[in-house]
Design a protein around this ligand. Structure first.
Ligand code: ZN
Length: 261
């Protein structure tokens, strides 16, 4: 079955910075979507900040299996209502892949519930990613380590909750290390944070990075939960008990009250 993916891009620095515009003339989101579409089982489209509802209407999100998110300069411009809408879809089983500086997006911070801070340095230094979970599906087909000649440094401590799995750890020329590939579960949704992707470097043209993004799409896809929808837990009244019980003690709620079943 085809996996429907949306690659969401903030699409700001592509328009305002010459280097970024030259590296990604159609935007990073288009470059990433093109890489995903090389996989015949993935159908990737794009959405950007500038579109109405940021290109993420309720109807469109409901048809989406995996959403990619790249953002840096305009986190505050993302509508809170759209963020909440995405989070509800994640709880209902939509996969979410957060890239690079999306660590400071409203979306990621809301899902993590922690500051999501880190050290950083923009010096075009070499990054070496070590695969720390070689049997993980996101690491499928990768060597035991690979390098990006130019990257921004992100350094620990990274103030996120302890992940379910750490798939990559990065080393930087300046000496810092960083947990670069982290998995989480939020509701029924599979969430993956992947560190590389600074916009002034050609990271999304790298074959190993493309492999990770394709693998992450398959890993985050969760069709079974997606069909079941969000878990609802309404009041379970005394006439629904499995073993007879006698109602006793004071009660705040009365039969017939709104919301009472
Ligand atoms: Zn960056």
């Amino acid at each position: 079955m085809t996996i429907n993916a949306i690659v969401w891009g903030e699409n700001v620095h592509e328009k305002t910075n010459k280097t970024v515009g030259e590296l990604y003339p159609d935007g990073m989101h288009t470059c990433i979507a093109e890489a995903l579409n090389k996989d015949p089982s993935i159908k990737a489209s794009t959405a950007t900040l500038q579109e109405a509802e940021h290109g993420l209407s309720e109807e469109r999100l409901k048809e989406t299996d995996v959403l990619f998110w790249w953002a840096h300069a305009a986190h505050d411009e993302v509508d809170d209502a759209v963020v909440e809408r995405i989070i509800e879809q994640v709880w209902s089983g939509m996969g979410l892949v957060l890239l690079h500086s999306s660590h400071f997006s409203k979306l990621f911070k809301r899902l993590m519930g922690t500051p999501c801070g880190l050290h950083w340095r923009e010096a075009g230094e070499r990054e070496r990613l070590w695969v720390t979970s070689p049997n993980h599906p996101i690491a499928n087909g990768l060597p035991d380590h690979f390098e990006l000649e130019y990257e921004e440094m992100y350094g620990e401590p990274f103030s996120v909750p302890e992940p379910l799995e750490t798939v990559f750890i990065s080393w930087f020329q300046g000496g810092e290390v960083f947990r670069s590939g982290l998995t989480y579960k939020r509701g029924a949704g599979n969430v993956f944070y992947f560190r590389p992707g600074h916009e002034t470097y050609p990271t999304y043209h790298d074959d190993n990075i493309k492999t990770v993004l394709k693998n992450a799409t398959h890993w985050a896809n969760n069709p079974q939960s997606r069909r079941a929808g969000m878990v609802d837990a309404p009041n379970r009244s005394i006439d629904q008990v499995l073993e007879p019980i006698e109602e006793r003690g004071a009660s705040l709620h009365a039969p017939g009250e709104e919301g009472f079943k």
